[in-house]
Every structure is written in C-alpha cells, then in structure tokens.
Design a protein around this ligand. Structure first.
Ligand code: CO
Ligand code: ZN
Length: 330
C-alpha cells in the first residue's frame, strides 16, 4: 500500500482538475470491482458485490491548490486559493502546474508589516520576465498544487503532500482489494471538489442513493507541541468520527463501528472535531437523509506540502472497513 500511496500523492489533482488522480485509481481498482462510471462532476463511482443494501464509501480525490488570476509587468503570477490554503505553509514552496511547469510561492516584502500573509501579497515566480511571457507559459485560470514530496519518517510515518485525501483514497482502494464476500453492495465513490465545499459528494450521494454512507478522510491531531486540545494522535489507530462542523454522525453507526473495532482488536480512537468537514456532510442530507459517519486518518500539518500520517493508522482503517462490511450492517 505504501507504493500505491506514494503514486497517489504524486498525481496532480486540485479541485475540479482531478483527471490524473482518477485515471490512476481507475487502473488500480479495475480488477477488484464489478462496474465503474464517471459522472458529470468527475466523481468515479465503482460498485462491488450484489446485496440489495448499498453502502457508500466516499474519499475525495482533490487537493488544495492555487489558480492564476493575473501576471504583473515583470512576469510574476498573481494567484487565488482553491480550497483552504494555509498561507504560511505555502510560502517558500515549489508549486507545479498541470503542464509540469514549476514556480516558487513568495511574498511582497514590506517593512511595515512583515506578518502580512494576505493573498494579495503573495505571488508565484516562474522565472518569466514580462506579463506576456508569464501568461504564455501559464494562462489565467491554470491551477498549481504544492510540489509533491515523499519521505519515510520514523515509526511507520510518511510525509507527503496531498495525503488529504489520497490517504483516504488509498484506504478505500486497499479495502476493495482485501474485501471478500459481503452481504451488501459496496459503492466506492472517489469524489471531486471536496476542498471547495463537498460539491462532488453532493451529486454522488444523490445518484448512489445509499442506505448508509461513510466518508474516509484525514483529521487533525492534537499531539504536536502546543497543539490545541484534541485527543487524537498519530499512530494511535483509525479515528471514528462522532461529529465535525459538517455532520453529526448517526449514533448507531458510530456505536457499530466502535464495537467492530473493539471485537476485532483494531486500534481506534474517537473523533470530535470542532471545525472542518468532510463528504459525509453533503451525503447525509441528500434526498430523504442518509445515516452517515466517517473514518478519519490522523494527519499532522494538514494542507501543507508535508502532511504526515502513520501507515499503521491507514491499515487499521482498512481492517475496520473489511470487518464491518463483511459482517453486514444491522
Ligand atoms: Co482538506
Ligand atoms: Zn480532506
């Protein structure tokens, strides 16, 4: 799974431009699913098994990015965020455009306000020397992502960009690979545009019309120096979400997941997030309502070029999903 995760994090896929990630996933899951389709918003929807009950598992393919809004006379690109860009994390980073071109995120330096990180003060240096040259290489509307990184740290942790939510995609792909006979139909939805407001999941949830939905995504941790109080730690297991600002998870689903993890001896922790949301936020209010929950992979430095997760936590999520799906849901 490590090799798969690496390839997923290296694929280009800001919100609305998920094609390269989707193609990689299509190739990877083809032998393990019964059907695949791509909807009008670019969601990849794959089905496995034939029970009458549809269980939807959603992981988003998109990552945060930057979009070119203008270039100045000297050839520096002006940009806007696509999704919640954490500017201090972006500053000084290399970015990569879809055509492979690279640039550096820098900031106007003004003596009076060194802390000013507003987007208007950021620019991307692609080494162009005029507006014409810059826009010829990167037209207005082109999107960039933070340059992919990959490093293996201690204790089975990896550092990479876009682990939000390629780690969730890897967890879902691995579940499709490992899942044996199962009493329900599993619908794997690899969604688009989560980072700009759960847009892909809204359409996918309506189309799939599932009996239950689980979102698979990353969550914040509270285990770094001076982190806010949050009892979630890296390497401590898969997090079972109780609520965040987009969804209050169905209590019976939360209880069932916790019980399954407990019985199977899978490391888990409970997640209550006071901000942030995930695809379950859109799916649980679709049609007449869908009992929904989420499994979250603890992730440090979310939305930076070097997010950090534990491979063991992802595998714990795979183990929990396969155990929960194969026992059938009440
Ligand atoms: Co995110
Ligand atoms: Zn995410």
């Amino acid at each position: 799974m490590k090799e798969l995760l690496k390839r997923l994090t290296e694929a280009y896929g800001p919100s609305g431009r998920e094609g390269p990630v989707r193609r990689l996933i299509q190739e990877e899951i083809e032998p393990y699913v019964d059907s695949m389709e791509v909807d009008a918003l670019g969601n990849l929807i794959a089905r496995k098994g034939s029970g009458d009950k549809r269980v939807m598992l959603a992981a988003h393919m998109d990552q945060i990015g930057l979009v070119v809004t203008e270039a100045d006379k000297k050839g520096f690109l002006r940009v806007h965020n696509v999704g919640y860009l954490r500017r201090p994390y972006a500053l000084g980073c290399l970015v990569r455009f879809e055509n492979g071109l690279r640039g550096v995120v820098a900031r106007e330096v003004e003596r009076d306000d060194p802390a000013d990180m507003s987007l208007g003060k950021l620019f991307v240096d692609i080494g162009a020397s005029s507006r014409e040259e810059a826009l010829e290489r990167v037209p207005i509307g082109d999107m960039a992502v933070l340059e992919p990184q990959w490093a293996e740290l201690g204790n089975g942790c990896v550092a990479a960009g876009a682990l939000d939510d390629r780690a969730g995609c890897a967890m879902l792909i691995q579940t499709l690979k490992e899942l044996g006979p199962c009493p329900c139909q599993v619908v794997a939805a690899f969604t688009t545009q989560e980072e700009v407001g759960l847009r892909g999941a809204k359409a996918a949830g309506y189309q799939v019309d599932p009996a239950l939905c689980l979102a698979l995504d990353v969550t914040l941790t509270g285990d770094t120096p001076k982190a806010e109080r949050l009892p979630i730690g890296l390497g401590k297991g898969i997090a079972i979400k109780v609520m965040d600002s987009s969804v209050i998870c169905a209590p019976q689903l939360v209880a069932q997941l916790e019980q399954t993890a407990q019985q199977a001896g899978i490391a888990w922790q409970r997640e209550v997030l006071t901000h942030g949301g995930t695809d379950a936020g859109a799916v649980h209010v679709s049609r007449a309502g869908v009992p929904s929950g989420a499994l979250s992979i603890p992730c440090r430095y979310t939305h930076s070029a070097c997010e950090v997760v534990s491979l063991a936590d992802i595998q714990a999520g795979v183990d929990l999903l396969t155990a929960w799906l194969s026992q059938g849901q009440r």
